[in-house]
Design a protein around this ligand. Structure first.
Ligand SMILES: NC(=O)c1ccc[n+]([C@@H]2O[C@H](COP(=O)([O-])OP(=O)(O)OC[C@H]3O[C@@H](n4cnc5c(N)ncnc54)[C@H](O)[C@@H]3O)[C@@H](O)[C@H]2O)c1
Length: 319
């Protein structure tokens, strides 16, 4: 299956490494409005790929089956829509979109066209984090109080330098994915602030986000793009209290070479989904991604207005 990588920034290198090692796919074209970046990615990882400045241009050069959407969050919906409208399968970096209406429109388009629309959830699919959440959910008897602390020291911030609310838009969505493994109730209301830290870098800031869930559970998230002093691991530190339950989790200190990285497992699983849909399976409805977009939309509203925001409901798949 020929794949077009759209967006040739920092994360594209990681994707290209995994995709070029997968015998089921061939990276046939690489797209970036900055042609230099596309050419550099091709030269580094996939010399046979055609560099292009738009998806349309790439599709005239190669007969692609799928797109890897690795553009900044604010262009995810437009790029995925263009790819689905061209009858391509879509693997996209998180978040699926910035608003529930856009995300639902994409999911419906994928379903109508019988194309896979699969979102990266590498933190929520982290095997050790999932083992922790299984222990908690097996023991729980009621609502949960959850805190998550995640601070990342990012040497190449890329689009985040010019992104309003970069922590909320780009980083917090991982926690919105992860908390769904602990709390299955619908998220109801969000309060949020994000304070820039320009003295650390144009992309730096600290966000404090509280999500109240329909069953009384609460997530308090403290996230940031910071320096090394505050930095945690990318998966963060999680603490949970419930009736008769207390738990906390940090990733094990184990050299990453011993485990297959979660993002690699995720990309392989995303290609598995495309293969299954190509073989006739119904495209899976992206419930986890939609719920994360709903929390993200409410968080962006709350952080912008300074007032609590209700979480919009997410649509279910139409039969
Ligand atoms: N899952 C993870 O752990 C993880 C980690 C890092 C980044 N990401 C996600 O990956 C995406 C990219 O992040 P990055 O760090 O590589 O950013 P980056 O700024 O380094 O790269 C983004 C690239 O996209 C290009 N671009 C912008 N608009 C485009 C368009 N319309 N069409 C094609 N290319 C376009 C830019 O020119 C740039 O080269 C973001 O959505 C980010 O949230 C995910």
């Amino acid at each position: 299956m020929k794949v077009v990588i759209v967006g040739c920034g920092a994360i594209a290198d990681r994707w290209a490494r995994v995709l070029t090692a997968d015998p089921r796919v061939e990276v046939a074209a690489v797209v970036d409005p900055d042609l230099d970046r596309a050419e550099q990615l091709a030269a580094r990882r996939c010399p046979a790929a055609v560099p292009a400045t738009s998806l349309r241009q790439a599709c005239t050069a190669v007969e692609a089956k799928l797109v890897a959407n690795l553009t900044p969050p604010q262009t995810h919906a437009a790029v995925s829509r263009e790819a689905l409208a061209a009858d391509l399968h879509v693997l996209t970096e998180k978040p699926l979109a910035l608003r529930v209406a856009e995300a639902a429109e994409l999911a419906e388009l994928a379903r109508a066209n019988r194309r896979a629309l699969v979102v990266m959830h590498n933190r929520a699919r982290d095997p050790e984090f999932l083992a922790f959440t299984r222990q908690v959910t097996a023991a729980r008897r009621g609502p949960l109080a959850v805190t998550a602390d995640v601070a990342v020291d990012l040497p190449n911030p890329g689009f985040r330098r010019d992104q309003p609310l970069p922590v909320t838009t780009d980083l917090a969505v991982h926690a919105f994915d992860q908390v769904q493994a602990l709390v299955s109730a619908a998220p109801a209301q969000v309060t949020a602030t994000e304070v820039p830290l320009p003295f650390l870098g144009a992309h730096c800031g600290l966000a404090a986000i509280t999500v109240a869930f329909a069953d009384g559970s609460v997530l308090c998230y403290r996230g940031g793009y910071t320096g090394r002093g505050l930095a945690t691991t990318a998966v963060g530190t999680w603490r949970v209290d419930g009736p008769d339950l207390a738990a906390r989790w940090e990733p094990p200190e184990q050299p990453s070479s011993v485990r297959t990285p979660a993002y690699q497992q995720c990309i392989t699983a995303m290609v598995d989904t495309v293969q299954a849909v190509t073989a006739g399976a119904a495209p899976p409805w992206p419930t986890l991604a939609l719920r994360s977009v709903a929390m993200l939309q409410a968080t962006l509203t709350a952080a912008t207005t300074g007032r609590p925001a209700d979480v919009p409901p997410i649509p279910r798949a139409q039969p």
